[in-house]
Design a protein around this ligand. Structure first.
Ligand SMILES: Nc1ncnc2c1ncn2[C@@H]1O[C@H](COP(=O)(O)OP(=O)(O)OP(=O)(O)O)[C@@H](O)[C@H]1O
Ligand SMILES: [Mg+2]
Length: 310
């Protein structure tokens, strides 16, 4: 059994509903479950009828839930970067770093990193208390960006590490030629270089997250019986293939909601599909979630072992 589950998909298809029902089903079968909402527009608390915050709150026996405070994680990420930069580059104190970080708050990528570090925190600090962690995700665009972030950033880090190695080599050459050069007093060795060490540490963190997404997670895409959500699912599948994260299951939610023609693309036919009927009475409280039958999905999740352990 994998220890994490992610529900991805287009806006409004039922990610929160199915992840909440799935987590409830697992908890009622005796597992210790944490469900975390990563959506900046949280509504997991509304679905369970419980006020949630950034720390795990008991929903019922075996089930805790939290809503990640993305704003706080953005601030934490910026603060970490600020103090790291100050510690690594003492001379940077002369630059106006505060203004730089004020702008960085709104720069592309900041929110994605904040989501990543929130997931890492849940994985490293909280998950030991649970058998399974379920993630309710924001609509496709942001989710694909944070899932791809480790793979993309690792390419950057690899290039930056090479550049740093070249700088250190140049310093060594200068020191050999002229031991009296001011360069000789700076760090010339990879093993002692703070910047090189930091790059290595970031690479490790990103590798851990990539492993979490690619090898320790059941990634499900939720669709509705309509062509638009099938097209979106295809785009998600292509992106997941590109970043080497396997697509584990397809949840066809709201079956019977309309009589419109639709069909699953053949490129999705190898992925196990699970049907969920449209409930005409709607879903008003936690007990209504029980009318969603997650049995086959839960069985598939339990049967899926991490790569190489079967
Ligand atoms: N099987 C179902 N039958 C009836 N209503 C459903 C079903 N699944 C979801 N809904 C309803 O559809 C609406 C959207 O569901 P939900 O909030 O779970 O989607 P979402 O994918 O999480 O949306 P968002 O992208 O906004 O986070 C909600 O009102 C929910 O109650
Ligand atoms: Mg949602």
């Amino acid at each position: 059994m994998l220890s994490n589950a992610f529900f991805l998909g287009k806006g409004g298809v039922g990610k929160t509903t199915l992840s909440a029902a799935f987590a409830l089903d697992l908890a009622r079968s005796g597992k210790r479950v944490l469900i975390a909402s990563l959506d900046p527009a949280h509504n997991l608390g509304d679905v369970y009828g419980v006020a949630l915050g950034d720390r795990p709150t008991g929903v019922e026996r075996g089930l805790d839930a939290l809503e990640v405070d993305l704003g706080a994680w953005v601030d934490r990420y910026l603060e970490e970067s600020r103090s790291e930069l100050k510690a690594t580059y003492a001379y940077a104190g002369t630059l106006n770093l505060d203004r730089f970080f004020d702008i960085m708050k709104y720069s592309p990528g900041t929110e994605e990193y904040a989501v990543l570090w929130a997931i890492e925190h849940i994985h490293c600090e909280l998950s030991a208390e649970y058998d399974v962690v379920v993630f309710d995700t924001p609509p496709t665009a942001l989710s694909l960006r944070f899932l791809a972030m480790p793979a993309i950033s690792r390419l950057w880090i690899a290039e930056l590490s090479k550049l740093r190695e070249r700088i250190l080599e140049k310093r060594q050459s200068i020191t050999r030629i002229n031991p009296a050069s001011p360069v000789a007093s700076s760090c010339v060795d990879k093993a002692d270089d703070k910047v090189y060490g930091r790059l290595g540490a970031i690479r490790e963190r990103l590798a851990g997250l990539q492993g979490l997404f690619g090898k320790e997670s059941y990634v499900a895409v939720v669709i509705n019986p309509d062509q638009l959500s099938v097209s979106e699912a295809l785009r998600i599948k292509e992106e997941l293939d590109r970043i080497e994260v396997p697509l584990s299951g397809l949840c066809v939610n709201k079956r019977g909601v309309s009589a419109a023609e639709w069909s699953l693309d053949s490129r999705l036919s190898e992925t196990p599909a699970f049907d969920f009927d449209f409930l005409p009475g709607g879903l008003r409280d936690r007990e209504d979630l029980r009318t969603i039958d997650c049995g086959s999905l839960v069985a598939d999740f339990m049967a899926t072992a991490p790569e190489g352990t079967l």
